[in-house]
Design a protein around this ligand. Sequence first.
Ligand code: FNR
Length: 187
Amino acid sequence: TTYKVGYLVGSLSSVSINRRLALALERLAPARNLELVEIPIAPLPFYSADYDADYPTEAREFKSALESVDAVLLVTPEYNRSVPGVLKNALDFASRPWGQNSFAGKPSAVIGTSIGPIGTAVAQQHLRSILSFLASPEMSQPEAYIQTTDGLISPDGEVTSERTAEFLGSWLEAFHTHIAKSLAPVS
Ligand code: FNR
């Protein structure tokens, strides 16, 4: 089975290394029976509970995009040892209005890249707690903390290191298995 995966990039930077990583995964995915499509977070305003009565169009579109995919992938940088505000804002929109959490039961995985050696590990750990609260079956293993060195991934998502390309490919395979298990009907 090919699963459709929506990915969110936790950076709005025009030269984001996490966007490069997402593009690399998008290229590596079809060979692992995954189709990756971006669900943009940039159009969202700042979340307020005032919106719950009537979500803005951008937020409705965001939620229906999440609901139309089999699984969600979060590709994120680490900001000050945590989740970038723009990504947290998007997750807050996804979780509401109360009772309409778009992540409930939706399989997910987190990955990220940093210029630093711990490769977004702390931000990813914070994301795991959020996904747990959102009742999203999140892939706990294998973990992927990618340190970006010069030229590791080209702007259009070509991975220059064979070792990294293989690692990302096997990580995607594990994600496919995780999605299949999470969506399997209980017999
Ligand atoms: C960073 N950076 C960073 N890196 C890290 O490993 N741990 C951290 O806590 C932080 N904190 C942090 C805060 C802020 C506000 C910025 C702008 C940056 C560095 C970060 O890894 C680097 O800027 C990456 O290039 C960010 O990813 P994108 O935006 O290029 O995808």
